[in-house]
Design a protein around this ligand. Structure first.
Ligand SMILES: NC(=O)c1ccc[n+]([C@@H]2O[C@H](COP(=O)([O-])OP(=O)(O)OC[C@H]3O[C@@H](n4cnc5c(N)ncnc54)[C@H](OP(=O)(O)O)[C@@H]3O)[C@@H](O)[C@H]2O)c1
Length: 350
């Protein structure tokens, strides 16, 4: 492919929050031509009606039905969980390559779908064909992949921050505790009582103290033996902050060693930043600093004279947690520079 040729892409589920974020990022991509975008409820309407931030950028584009989709080089699936898996054949015919944002192809063992989603997976033979979209861990495989499945948002933040520690075997992998605080956009744009403004506004709601489905992704990706994950909905639109706790195996490990481990794993990764400052207001990762960006900011602290390690990490759930992760994977799949269209640094103050 010559260096100016554009690839064609289409999106199934373009009226949702993840689809909207895909459109925002792709509209800035010099090597992408957006062909078609679906919405069953808004078919025929301009995409800028649902995504007003894209006025002046995608004014020509209208939502179409799935039957009107044209075959593209790449098809993004941005549907609610457990939908794409039932219409996979149709989608396979519409994209030479596919990136799925849902949970439908994340877990490699079909029994895990019975355990965590209470369903029998209809296409188990495809589970291993979908490569996990975390470029920092699966970059070489993504480059060669035909199908990619993006990790869940809490899973992305948790996996990226704990992966080096578990690979280096410096923490007890049976005792990892993660508390994830998450903004309202993670629930998608369909109205529901739990996300209705009078109920959600001002709340600090523990909605998944145990049994969070992203536990399965974390265990699969890190090979840890156990994870205690809890999730709390907080007063934010975008963003996830995780506070993870683990026990170091060895009291000799200090914060300089941890910094070195993270640097070894992520030193060349453009979207991972290690945040641990001695001074200032923002000494540890904070969601508003990464809002709109593809960064995963990771910080840590060891309690003095103990083996207690605290890991703090943050992402924008709609960017690194889904659409940005997907575009980063797309860049690798099509041999574009990995950071293309993802260079936004964020805002301050915000
Ligand atoms: N929101 C996040 O922060 C986030 C983070 C990580 C991963 N994800 C994943 O990304 C996916 C999309 O999430 P979202 O937050 O964007 O959800 P959303 O706001 O509810 O959007 C869902 C989209 O899918 C379409 N849709 C719904 N059911 C469909 C069906 N049966 N067939 C075809 N299209 C259908 C909807 O439009 P119509 O109903 O008009 O067709 C809409 O465009 C989910 O799988 C989610 O797990 C989301």
């Amino acid at each position: 492919m010559n260096k100016t040729t554009k690839i064609t892409v289409s999106i199934v589920g373009g009226s949702g929050y993840a689809g909207g974020e895909l459109l925002r990022i792709l509209s800035q991509h010099p090597r992408v031509s957006i062909k078609s975008v679906t919405s069953r409820q808004h078919q025929g309407k301009k995409v800028t009606l649902l995504h007003p931030n894209l006025r002046g950028f995608l004014d020509h584009l209208r939502f179409c039905s799935i039957d009107q989709l044209t075959k593209s080089d790449l098809l993004f699936l941005a549907l609610p969980n457990l939908k794409a898996m039932n219409n996979l054949d149709q989608y396979l015919n519409l994209g030479q390559k596919i990136i799925d944002l849902s949970a439908d192809f994340r877990l490699k063992d079909p029994d895990q779908y019975v355990k965590w989603y209470q369903i029998k997976h209809p296409r188990p033979q495809y589970l291993k064909k979908f490569i996990c979209g975390l470029a920092e861990i699966h970059g070489p495989q993504i480059k060669k992949a035909q199908y990619v499945s993006c990790a869940g948002c809490e899973a992305t933040c948790s996996i990226l921050s704990f992966y080096p520690l578990l690979k280096e075997k410096i923490i007890n992998d049976r005792e990892i505790y993660i508390d994830a605080k998450i903004g309202s956009s993670a629930a998608g744009n369909q109205p529901a009582l739990a996300t209705h403004h009078p109920e959600r506004s001002g709340s600090f709601r523990s909605y998944q103290p145990t049994g969070h489905r992203h536990t399965a992704e974390f265990l699969q990706q890190t090979q840890a033996r156990n994870l205690y994950l809890s999730a709390t909905a907080v007063e934010m639109v975008r963003g996830i902050l995780i506070t993870g706790q683990a026990r170091l195996k060895n009291t000799d490990i200090n914060e300089r060693d941890l910094r070195k481990i993270y640097r070894n794993y992520y030193g060349n990764q453009p979207f991972i930043r290690i945040i641990k400052e001695r001074q200032g207001l923002y000494r540890y990762p904070e969601p508003k600093i990464v809002a709109g960006t593809n960064f995963c900011d990771i910080g840590f602290a060891i309690q003095a004279n103990s083996r207690r390690l605290v890991v703090i990490a943050t992402i924008d759930n709609l960017v690194k947690g889904t659409a940005g992760q997907a575009v980063q994977a797309m860049n690798l799949m099509f041999n574009f520079p990995q950071t293309t269209a993802l260079e936004f640094q964020g805002l301050h103050p915000i």
